[in-house]
Ligand binder design. Structure first.
Ligand code: ATP
Length: 266
């Protein structure tokens, strides 16, 4: 028998402020142990989808008006975000949001706030230090003075302090140099290799697809395409619209307009 997916989003609609429809009929699955990417241009609804999954919509006056989200078999729409973290879902938000005045160590400590077992927290800390030697070197340094790449590493490290079974990453490549982006994705591969399932929202389509097994393409609040990442990488429409032809590093931000062929509207 197939194990149940770690995450199953089914036919979800999201509305902001009781009036603005942002997600429509969105469905998505993350199998246990997989890396899955969500691609799409600015405003497609990717961050909103992550908020819906992690239970943070209400902080943005948003609400799920239809559909279900099951994490590890439990309906998350009935669970508060802190319980989700205890249930081992962790999110790295867009823009990193580390505590600039706190040291690396103190930032990491905040990621373990929901955990009681000091021994297990210590094991997570050691794991983070091993994954990120740079953070180990700078563990007593104030986070606000670190580079963007180091701050992104810290944000991911902090999420790992919750020992997540599912890690949600919102645009980990944002504003980082290509070499640093490579490093970040290499670490994501290692995290996944250690058993954590990963859902990544990315505008850097090439990086996301090369580092995931399955991808979803969103446009104006809907999933317009979903396929194994290798198929999306080879897909002519995805190449033309999202991979920027020859350049592997072209991002969705460069995209002005994209009219998809009618057969892809689902
Ligand atoms: P980006 O890459 O720019 O972050 P995105 O694909 O993550 O884009 P979202 O941030 O989810 O897209 O935004 C989807 C739509 O919802 C946009 O039109 C945005 O303006 C709108 N939106 C986002 N947050 C709110 C909010 N709190 N209230 C009202 N509308 C919102």
């Amino acid at each position: 028998m197939q194990p149940a997916p770690i995450l199953e989003v089914s036919n979800v609609d999201v509305v902001y402020g009781g009036a603005i429809d942002v997600l429509r009929d969105v469905s998505l699955t993350v199998e246990e142990g997989a890396v899955v990417s969500i691609l799409g241009a600015n405003g497609a609804g990717k961050t909103t989808l992550l908020r819906a999954i992690s239970g943070l919509l209400s902080y943005h006056s948003g609400a799920i008006t239809q559909g279900t989200i099951r994490f590890n078999g439990t309906d998350t729409t009935q669970t508060d975000p802190a319980a989700l973290v205890r249930g081992r879902m962790a999110q790295v938000m867009e823009g990193r949001r580390i505590f600039a005045e706190l040291t690396v160590q103190e930032n990491l400590g905040t990621g373990a706030y929901s955990r009681k077992d000091r021994g297990e927290v210590g094991a997570s800390y050691d794991r983070v230090m091993e994954l990120f030697p740079r953070l180990k070197e700078r563990r007593t340094q104030v986070a606000g003075y670190m580079s963007g790449g180091e701050q992104q590493m810290l944000a991911i490290g902090r999420a790992l302090m919750a020992d997540p079974r599912l890690l949600l990453l919102d645009e980990p490549s944002l504003g980082l140099a290509p070499l640093i982006v490579e490093q970040i994705f290499e670490i994501v591969r290692q995290i996944n290799g250690q058993g954590t399932s990963v859902l990544i929202v990315e505008q850097n389509a090439s990086m996301a697809l090369r580092n995931s097994s399955f991808g979803y393409v969103m446009e104006t609040g809907r999933v317009i395409k979903s396929a194994p990442s290798s198929e999306l990488l080879a897909d002519d429409d995805v190449k033309a619209a999202y991979l920027g032809g020859e350049s592997a590093h072209t991002s969705f931000r460069n995209l002005k307009t994209y009219r998809r062929p009618a057969e892809y509207i689902v």
